[in-house]
Write a protein that binds this ligand. Sequence first.
Ligand code: ATP
Length: 241
Amino acid sequence: MSAPTQPILAAYDIHVAYGKTPALHGVSVEVAPGEIVALIGANGAGKSTMLRAISGLLPLSSGTITWNGNPVGGVAADRIVSSGIAHCPEERHIWPVMTVVENLALGAYLCRSRELVASRMELAFERFPRLRERRGQLAGTLSGGEQQMLAIARALMSEPRMLLLDEPSLGLSPRVAQEILDVIREINAHGVTVLLVEQNVHNALAVAERAYVFETGRVIAERSAASLLDDPQVLAAYLGG
Ligand code: ATP
């Protein structure tokens, strides 16, 4: 099974190394416009590395990445952001001694129109009312869930067509993780394609239509979420229990 229509993102035979240590050994991933696709697999399998390669944070040793018909392998990260891909990293990277508003404004650093920044911020506050309540608060004093919301809201400040989300439910209570999953569905319903990395497979498959299973720097399976959920034994075999 592959992406159902012409992919908007196509990465083929991607090899990436950290220094001399290879981390991805020929990974291919396709995402169709409007999809939510998950990358799942054990710790250290290469999922985050794949997102970093797509967003230009890591150079490719070899392979090709095409975004919206254009080759983006080796393109600088800021140009990839302006081409419509936003990356929300696992570490969240919010600025703890800056306010919520200041953090959001940084997410729109490529946008030169103050009116546009203001309207995007208003949209962020409509989507995340809790961030509006805490707009003047230092980001480091927010709860874990609020920090994750801020990280997602900040990534959306560039008005991406595709969002790369790394472990959005990590460290959150089940209730707050559920809120984040609802937000991901809502963002997707507004036309943003989503590529999601999740250790929590059940959270991943609750929102994604398809998943790629990673193991030690390779994709070992690509299945619909429904087929993985219908077949817990297959899922356990892929993920080692
Ligand atoms: P996790 O959920 O733990 O992040 P992952 O599937 O996202 O797992 P990666 O973080 O992509 O896996 O790691 C893939 C491989 O690359 C691992 O062997 C890891 O140790 C290595 N690696 C990741 N980041 C770095 C780094 N900054 N420097 C060197 N090696 C790294």
